[in-house]
Write a protein that binds this ligand. Structure first.
Ligand SMILES: Cc1ncc(COP(=O)(O)O)c(C=O)c1O
Length: 401
């Protein structure tokens, strides 16, 4: 039977909560204890001092978005991600949008992406006047399935947007091979993958451009903010021009652009956060390993894995409640939250089932739809102590009995 996106959506309605947000504020429980948030910005005196220093200089921004702190942050971030160019922007969404423009994506083009991602990955395609083509994910890694990409390629396909979901890189080598075979660009959504590696290399190494987010919940943050890394001069040049109203020099627009500037204060925070990133990710990794040791005691959960050659940045520690319906998963998440554990579901609604995007959905995506009903994430951010990890593990085990 042909796919009926509208009825699929009706089926979901009322069964899943749409009200959750990734908590980055402090939340207190009725008995006064603090919720262990799913993620929490790790801000120290270094960031505070760096911000004060910028405020004292009085240089808060730059006409072309390239103030001294932005330039420094770009240099440091590009070096850390082993990329020739790094372009700082106002958000990860701005990075995705600018990358697609710089990669030459035009109205009428098709862009292949997973539906199991944050909506920004799809929305920037539509903003380019192009068409999002959703394909299914791998049932084990939850990242886009390379074989299914190839099946979705048409004469109109111009690019692929793999997403490094939960911090685990997409399987980029086969994706690069397919892209080269069909002459496609790759814009990698690395918004969640700071500190990850694939075949020993940072995200972006197999892509035309990689896009990063520094939103408050991310492995490193500037509050809001984003970055493009690329080894291609042309992509970098266009992205820089697009960042600033299409200007290379003031009042001389060469193309349609935006105000996608990163403020100097944010760049100053970014420089400090980047220095701490290896420690942050090591802590996430240690927390994830400790939690796995506890949760291995139950057969009811499918635990997150790192295939050979992949290293996750552990943005989210995401488990799958085997053969469960959404209701059962949601009830478990609610109970965990009542216990002070900020369990969280990414993503309750795959994009192709969202009201605005269902018009782009051609087929059902059985793995995506099943996984979205069964996954939930547990806190492993650097602020979570080993004792809290043991508490999280024991609480999950207790509720699954
Ligand atoms: C996978 C993914 N893509 C894109 C974005 C958009 O980034 P931003 O919120 O910085 O615009 C995010 C994060 O929020 C994300 O998680």
């Amino acid at each position: 039977m042909a796919f009926q996106p509208t009825s699929a959506l009706k089926f979901e309605r009322g069964k899943q909560s749409n009200t959750q947000v990734i908590n980055i504020e402090r939340v207190y429980l009725p008995h006064g204890d603090e919720m262990i948030n799913i993620n929490q910005p790790q801000i120290g005196k270094e960031e505070i001092e760096a911000v004060v220093k910028v405020l004292k200089t009085g240089i808060l921004t730059h006409g072309l978005g390239a103030g001294p702190k932005v330039v420094e942050f770009e240099r440091l971030f590009g070096r850390a991600m082993k990329a020739k160019h790094a372009i700082a922007l106002s958000s990860g969404t701005a990075a995705l949008h600018s990358s697609l423009a710089a990669a030459g994506i035009r109205p009428g083009d098709e862009v292949i992406l997973p539906s199991f991602t944050f909506v920004a990955t799809a929305e920037v395609i539509v903003f380019r006047g192009a068409k999002p083509v959703f394909v299914d994910i791998d049932p084990d890694t939850f990242t886009i399935c390379a074989e299914k990409i190839e099946k979705a390629v048409t004469k109109k396909t111009a690019a692929v947007m793999p997403v490094d979901l939960y911090g685990l890189p997409a399987d980029m080598k086969p994706i690069r091979e397919i892209a080269d075979k069909h002459g496609l660009k790759i814009v990698e959504d690395a918004a969640q993958a700071h500190g990850a590696t694939y075949m020993g290399k940072p995200p972006g190494s197999f892509a035309d451009a990689a896009c990063w987010s520094f939103y408050g919940s991310k492995n490193m943050t500037t509050g809001e903010g984003g970055m493009i890394t690329t080894n291609y001069d042309e992509i970098a040049g266009t992205a820089r021009v697009m960042r600033s109203h299409g200007e290379k020099e003031k009042y001389m627009s060469l193309m349609l652009g935006h105000n996608y500037h990163m403020p100097e204060i944010e760049a100053a925070i970014g420089c400090e956060q980047l220095k701490k990133l290896p420690k942050f990710v090591a802590k996430r990794r240690a927390n994830a390993a400790r939690l796995t040791k506890v949760l291995e005691k139950t057969k009811k959960l499918r635990l997150p894995l790192e295939p050979k050659g992949f290293k996750s940045g552990w943005y989210l520690y995401t488990v799958k409640l085997k053969s469960a319906k959404a209701q059962k998963r949601n009830a478990l998440v609610e109970k965990l939250r009542q216990e002070g554990i900020g369990a969280f579901v990414c993503y309750v609604n795959p994009i192709h089932l969202m009201p605005y995007y269902r018009k782009f959905a051609k087929h059902r995506l059985p793995v995506t739809e099943a996984v979205s009903k069964q996954v939930f994430s547990l806190p492993v951010h650097p602020g979570v102590t080993p004792k809290q990890i043991d508490f999280i593990g024991a609480t999950v085990l207790g509720l699954l009995k």
